[in-house]
Design a protein around this ligand. Structure first.
Ligand code: HEC
Length: 207
């Protein structure tokens, strides 16, 4: 009886851990995007939105680093994942509001787990893609999507927040709980101030 129980739990463990098949882009993720994203992000669209194609793994892979679309291993820092989880009314939520069905919680989780697994495409752990040469910096599709980033202050304390705008001598940040507040720029670490400058100038290109 006891032996049987041990055997059973060993079998259960094996099936939920190491032996579970790894998620793979074309097999597991592309079919999700096919249903809900191909309309605008594949050869089906006359002009794929943002030049981003999910039906073409090479195109998609090439976009990993550009726009920080996918950071293998790190869904939080991947704009692709962020586009699926940000509030519906936010610009950049995908699919755009009223333009199609959102991913289900289960599908979103699959995308997340695929990114955590290194975002493998064609059986290899995803490498960070290179910026395609022909695309110019001013291309509309290179504009940044506001999302959570790490901010450190002069005391070395780090928070996660989304940058909204600079006003007077403060950076308006939005915290996870949705609260926004102005943070004095000169209280931020040098690195965070550099990031702020970068984000603010990208905002200006957009305007
Ligand atoms: C009705 C059309 C439409 C649908 C459906 C759609 N998108 Fe988009 N997508 C857009 C548009 C428009 C943009 C903005 C392109 C730009 O900025 O030039 C965009 C941009 C994006 C970006 C940002 C690309 C970049 O350059 O940073 C991501 C990521 C994205 N979409 C993911 C998805 C995913 C995932 C789905 C399916 C769940 C989806 N989209 C469905 C229209 C769509």
């Amino acid at each position: 009886m006891n032996t049987l129980r041990i055997l059973l739990s060993a079998a259960l463990l094996a099936s939920t851990s190491g032996l579970a098949p790894a998620l793979e882009y074309e097999k597991d993720i592309m079919p999700i995007f096919k249903n809900k994203c191909f309309k605008c992000h594949s050869e089906k669209a006359k002009k794929p939105k943002g030049g981003l194609r999910f039906d073409d793994p090479a195109n998609f892979h090439g976009r990993f680093e550009k726009d920080e679309l996918v950071q293998p291993g790190n869904p939080k820092m991947s704009n692709l994942y962020y586009s699926l989880t940000r509030p519906r009314y936010d610009k950049g939520a995908m699919p755009p509001e009223n333009k199609g069905d959102q991913l289900t919680a289960e599908e979103t989780l699959k995308v997340r787990n695929w990114i955590i697994a290194g975002a493998p495409i064609n059986g290899t752990r995803g490498k960070r893609g290179k910026l395609p040469k022909e695309e110019k910096k001013t291309d509309k599709s290179t504009r940044h999507i506001p999302r959570e980033r790490e901010w450190t202050n002069k005391q070395g304390k780090t928070i996660l927040a989304t940058f909204l705008k600079i006003e007077d001598d403060s950076a308006w940040l939005r915290l996870k709980n949705g609260k926004t507040y102005p943070y004095p720029i000169d209280q931020l670490s040098e690195k965070s101030q550099d990031l702020l400058k970068k984000l603010d100038s990208e905002e200006k290109i957009k305007r």
